[in-house]
Write a protein that binds this ligand. Structure first.
Ligand code: PMP
Length: 350
């Protein structure tokens, strides 16, 4: 293909992120993308659509700052947390010179965004209990500008120990930023590192409305950091990154009524997660790992076979890089019941 040859070598050789949406499937039960099962109603106004939006709508920034317990100067909004990842790499990593470091198994977009910008990636796997391997990270910090840590971690579901995050922040002070991806933190807000922002100028936190706020389709995320970092990110962001209707909807989601709804839905999903965890743990040969987000990582005797059978029957889950594990998003009670019943039936047959 003549045109393909024109593309950058890196891009020609890249495999795009295998998002749940991209992988397709057809079915009635979709528990593969850590989406919320709740579709909430919003009012949309069309009277300002002929005008560009402001770069960082004050009303939205203030609403999220109030929710997160930080000041407006410490908040940047972007097209999902995914764009936050990209902006950080673009602002802090010199292509072909600097690196990012991340700890697999974890979210795949850190590596893909880095590759796209010709930034090297270093990996230091999580320990056997999915915590940070601090000595190995220390040994691999040369040329590293950003260390990505996901907590609750996707796909394992566990939290990273706070004292390890503090040790990492100390270890990287003056050399690199620590980016804590808190995409799922609204399911366990007490575990947030947001209070550490005042102590650590090299801490960055990623947030999103895609999960607990049930707005994955809105594409609205936030980066929380000290003002100096936010100002740098604002240099590389597109001029009008937040569509007008996105601001309108996000502000409604962050209003007192919106927040109350989210809180209620988080409680509901936590109950469903407990239901799934209890039901699956009772099955012989099945291990359910403790999960703090809206998903569970579950180990089965033959995960691949089970995954395919579920897929063929319209129950779409997510394969995981962790051996013999499937990631199951927590859906509504009906979806959880049907999925559990189907798996129970399958395992009894084998
Ligand atoms: N971080 C993690 C850990 C995620 O799982 C996701 C969603 N797939 C994101 C970031 C991106 O979220 P957003 O929808 O806000 O781009």
């Amino acid at each position: 293909m003549a045109i393909t040859k024109l593309a950058r070598k890196k891009v020609r050789e890249m495999t795009p992120y295998q998002s749940a949406r991209r992988l397709g499937g057809s079915g009635d039960i979709w528990l593969n993308a850590n989406e919320s099962p709740f579709a909430n109603e919003y009012n949309i106004k069309c009277d300002r659509l002929n005008r560009y939006s402001t770069c960082q709508p004050q009303e939205l920034i203030q609403a999220y700052a109030d929710y997160a317990g930080v000041s407006a100067e410490q908040v940047l909004t972007s097209r999902g947390a995914d764009e936050g990842i990209e902006l950080l790499i673009r602002a802090f990593c010199e292509p072909k010179q600097d690196s990012i470091l991340y700890c697999p198994p974890t979210y795949g977009m850190y590596a893909i965004s880095a590759e796209t910008f010709d930034v090297d990636t270093k990996t230091v796997p999580l320990t056997a209990d999915w915590q940070l391997d601090l000595p190995a990270i220390r040994d691999n910090l040369d040329s590293v500008k950003l260390v990505f840590v996901c907590s609750p971690n996707n796909p394992t579901g566990n939290l990273i120990k706070r004292r390890d995050l503090e040790a990492l922040l100390d270890m990287t002070a003056g050399k690199a930023l620590v980016v804590v991806d808190e995409a799922y933190i609204d399911f366990c807000p007490e575990a947030s590192t947001v209070d550490l922002l005042s102590q650590y100028p090299n801490l960055v936190i990623l947030r999103t409305l895609s999960k607990a706020f049930a707005l994955a389709g809105l594409r609205c995320g936030f980066t929380l950091a000290n003002q100096e970092i936010i100002k740098l990110l604002l240099k590389v962001i597109a001029p009008y990154p937040v569509p007008v209707p996105v601001t309108d909807i996000a502000v409604q989601a962050l209003s007192p009524a919106g927040l109350a709804k989210t809180k209620f839905q988080v409680l509901d999903l936590s109950a469903n997660r407990a239901y799934l965890q209890a039901g699956l743990s009772m099955l012989e040969g099945v291990t359910v790992f403790d999960g703090y987000g809206n998903y569970l990582l579950v180990k089965f005797p033959d995960a691949e076979g089970l995954f395919n059978t579920l897929w063929d029957h319209g129950i779409i889950l997510r394969r995981s890089p962790v051996e013999n594990c499937i990631r199951i998003s927590v859906g509504n009670r009906d979806e959880c019941e049907k999925t559990l019943a189907f798996i129970r039936e399958q395992l009894n047959q084998n």
